[in-house]
Design a protein around this ligand. Structure first.
Ligand code: FES
Length: 81
């Protein structure tokens, strides 16, 4: 499987061009966007972000290529945090 470059637009206005399969936490840090973390194991939900309208847990997810090659990230605010 070949890696595809994906353009990511961050809530802070920065953009990144990263290979699909990259870790969300790492690419966010490189873009100057801090994703809050807690357990780093997928159970607490502190790292949830909105990726093209779907909520993902960044600590256990990688950047997937999509048909447009463009991903828009929004901060996800959990009312319980
Ligand atoms: S840091 Fe807890 S689910 Fe990601």
């Amino acid at each position: 499987m070949s890696q595809k470059e994906v353009k990511i637009e961050w809530p802070n206005g920065n953009c990144s061009l990263v290979p699909s399969g990259s870790d969300w936490i790492d690419v966010a840090a490189s873009a100057g966007f801090n994703i809050p973390t807690g357990c780093l194991g997928g159970s607490c939900g502190a790292c949830e972000i909105d990726v093209n309208g779907s909520v993902i847990r960044a600590c256990i997810s990688t950047v997937e290529s999509n048909t447009t090659g463009r991903i828009i990230v929004k901060s996800f605010v959990d009312p319980y945090w």
